[in-house]
Design a binder for this molecule. Sequence first.
Ligand code: IVH
Length: 651
Amino acid sequence: MLIDLESSFKNLKSSLSQLYIVGAPRSERFAKVRHRVPMLSLANSFSREDVADFESRIRSFLGLGMGEIVMLTAEPKIDGLSLSLRYERGGLVQAATRGDGEEGEDVTVNARTIADIPHRLTGDVPAVFEVRGEAYLGHADFAALNARQREAGDKEFANPRNAAAGSLRQLDAAITASRPLRFFAYAWGDVERLPDDTQFGIVQAFKAWGLPVNPLMTRCASVDELLAHYARIEAMRASLGYDIDGVVYKVDRIDWQQRLGFVGRAPRWATAHKFPAEKATTLVEAIDIQVGRTGALTPVAKLRPVTVGGVVVSNATLHNADEIARLDVRIGDTVVVQRAGDVIPQVVEVVMAQRPASAGPYAFPHACPCDLHTPVVKETTAAGIESVVRRCTGEFACPYQRIEHLKHFCSRRAFDIEGLGDKQIAFFFEKGLIREPGDIFTLAKRDAAPGNLQRIQNYEGFGETSTANLFAAIEARRTIQLERLIFALGIRHVGETTAKMLARNYGTWAVFDAAAMRVAAGDAESAAEMDAIDQIGETVIEAIRSYFAEDHNRAIVDRLAAQLTIIDAEQAAKDSPVAGKTVVFTGSLEKMTRDEAKAMAERLGAKVAGSVSKKTDLVVAGPGAGSKLKAASDLGIEVIDEDGWLRLVAP
Ligand code: IVH
């Protein structure tokens, strides 16, 4: 079977061979640190409207009247890397990078060499206080570092952020010490208590304790004031001496921040207002088609390399066939590309005046570029709307999809296997050593099998040590959290948040797997049960249904699960009185908005349902409650009012 696949992938082989520069797997260089409070990211705003929406969402969530002032802080968004510094009794005890937000790397020794970071805080500092902020490299220091790199014949850094990251993640702290990293404190993690009840006041306390804080942080009482401060910072951008990529707005009142909470990985109480993307002009040398994990065909413009905002860009996404048609991009065209932050560079416009006479319209392929030449289809949604995405119908027969699936499986938020990056996956796939996720966990055993004539350590780019490191990294992930496993399966529409919700709800792999199988078999009750989980609706259920109904997928999942030790999900907020309960809010609420009530219940581990059924545990009824209240009493379900709810969940 493998040999068959091999011979049918000849083309793939040649295109993959460009990827054969197989680097030694990253080694476990730094100890891991679990963040006691996760390090989160920020939602972005790109326009005045986005900022106004952000402010009005806060008002509506908190149920504030127009007369009420929402004080917000505004400060530069530093383009460096975030760092968490743990102080105990005023002394620096640990420094950790962000990592995936849950787990970072212990860089204490290196952080101690940064002059901006005090080893001891002074004044009335709480016994435990984690300060969070950004480590960065100034423009002048960046230029000097690159000059030294050049002289020494070492590789130059593309931009200050990469240089800062490279400098901090040095095994030899003397190297970090020789690079003048700087630091701004702007947030906190695990703390014994807060020194003030406002964002601004806390940052002032940081300053009093001896931490460096950004001088451009201010308080604003309206959207107009935010935008005025944004304009001021933008005007100063070039002369600041360090990279910033926007302005961060945060709700000043900490009690409001707490009520607002989070959506996914980002706080509802903050947003990053990004500066407009940087642009450059270059030539389209080719248009390639990339096949994603779900078979979506994405056209990519291969560009003559050009520097956009300090980064060399040689690929830009063209999104889909409609976008190519809209822009009328042709091979040979000169185009304007833009890059905003970490977002993939995009082609925004064709410079028509420079189009060569020979450039003909681009014809989007009707078959997958893989050797199977599987037909490409346009999907139609349930509502009959034709999607702009063209998809290869090959699924697991399509080698591109299999490789993308494996890449997703090994990615940071999924199995996070060190040393099994994109290049290595493509390499092992092409060698026939890893064809599906389960193969990863049998790799070492097959490699060591008597009679194996081609050991991995003998391939170029590998060696005894890096192979041993790779096997150790794989072994370390054989034990995996349920939510990561569900996410890693690569079910369409099941992202990290959905995977977490599923894991928390079903608790164990066996329970989830059984439920998924019942859903796949068309069991309506199991589907309804899944539907009752917050943030899970028909789209996700349909995706789970079709994934698990496919025998091929089923077999792959079984072979994988047989290799793993799966850690049960942490039942959310186990000790709360409403954990695991299904709650229905009805009637009007007076002390909080419906959104806030829902978010609060979910934070405490409850499920919030829209209608009363025999699965409902508790109904919170305000004035004006009607049919749901009646249904509750018919079914004998406990009913309380808003005050009763607040008493129940009071800390
Ligand atoms: S606040 C819960 N403030 O931006 C919110 N972040 O895109 C915590 N960043 O990971 C972040 N300057 O590394 C905040 N003034 C600032 C920032 C800032 C830069 C970074 C930070 C974060 C990322 C989110």
